[in-house]
Design a protein around this ligand. Structure first.
Ligand SMILES: C[S@@+](CC[C@H](N)C(=O)[O-])C[C@H]1O[C@@H](n2cnc3c(N)ncnc32)[C@H](O)[C@@H]1O
Length: 283
């Protein structure tokens, strides 16, 4: 396991994002999201995401599966004082962590609550907009949840959804073991390549597609990306399943570290953003 200079743990040992509170390491998931929130990648992607969303001052917005509220707080800042952002997450550990983080003055109203986005307490046509990042990748029933989210949107309300497509993870210099690791990493998620399906999910649920983008992010920083994408956990899993020996795993890690030192390391991932508008008139 990799540790940072303060000795703090840098990896999350599990990827069971659908039932975090059942984990003995529930706080580890919240800490992991806090590390991601401060990364350059997250800030860059959040900018692309918000630029794609047609939000307006005064909107009531749902952050579906908000985690520790990284996007909720940021969009509340951009909305201005008149808006209202509601962050919902299934995990009470996440919601407690979200509530502890201070809110910047001049932000829209912000509230966090525990709940399942597949069965919301809100009436029909309640929100002007919904944002959702890296939640559909974990859902058992993405189409059912999509319909529930559509229900709570006002007519012509917008839904901004962003998800990765892990089947396009590339680690270079490429070798049979880097390709094995990339493939195993995507397979560790319930819906690891859902990024490429979000447009169809939105349109099948009756949304008119307002915008769709595929973004590709590249980096030459081995350590930051290894840590942020939790690749050590995937390596551990490959060892536990006797697919890689500990020696092969160590060789893979050190060969990528060496490639970084020599300027040959490349990391690339694909991320989709899709925004849909709810069709229909007010009931
Ligand atoms: C990878 S995190 C992403 C958090 C946040 N959207 C962000 O961008 O930082 C996935 C979150 O989805 C939540 N989640 C998973 N299934 C859910 C469900 N059915 N209802 C509500 N939240 C859910 C998890 O508890 C977790 O906090």
């Amino acid at each position: 396991m990799l540790n940072d200079s303060s000795g703090q743990r840098e990896q999350l040992n599990e990827v069971n994002w659908g039932c975090i509170d059942d984990s003995a390491d529930a706080q580890g998931y919240a800490d992991y999201l806090a590390r991601i929130e401060t990364s350059l990648f997250f800030r860059k992607h959040q900018r692309h995401f918000f630029d794609a969303i047609p939000f307006e001052k005064g909107h009531a917005i749902l952050d579906a599966g908000c985690g520790i509220g990284s996007h909720s707080r940021a969009i509340a800042r951009e909305l201005g004082v008149e808006g209202l952002v509601t962050g919902i997450d299934k995990s009470s550990t996440m919601i407690e962590a979200a509530k502890r983080i201070p809110i910047q003055s001049g932000s829209a109203g912000l509230q966090f609550e525990t709940g399942d986005i597949g069965a919301l307490r809100f009436p029909d046509e309640f929100f002007d907009g919904i944002i959702c990042d890296r939640v559909f990748i974990h859902l058992e029933n993405p189409a059912g949840v999509m319909n529930e989210l559509r229900r709570v949107l006002k007519p012509n309300g917008w839904f901004g959804l962003t998800e990765p497509n892990w089947s396009k993870l590339v680690l270079e210099p490429s070798s049979p073991h880097t390709r094995l690791l990339s493939k195993a990493h995507g397979a560790a998620f319930r819906n690891g390549s859902i990024g490429r399906e979000i447009k169809a999910l939105l349109s099948d649920s009756g949304f008119a597609i307002h915008l769709e983008k595929e973004l590709s992010y590249q980096s030459e920083d081995f350590h930051a990306n290894w840590r942020l994408t939790n690749l050590e956990r995937t390596i551990t899993d490959l060892i536990d399943r006797s697919i890689l020996t500990p020696e092969e795993a160590n060789n893979l890690r050190t060969s990528l570290e060496k490639a970084e030192e020599e300027g040959r390391f490349r990391f690339s991932i694909s991320w989709h953003i899709c925004v849909g508008r709810k069709q229909g008139v007010a009931s």
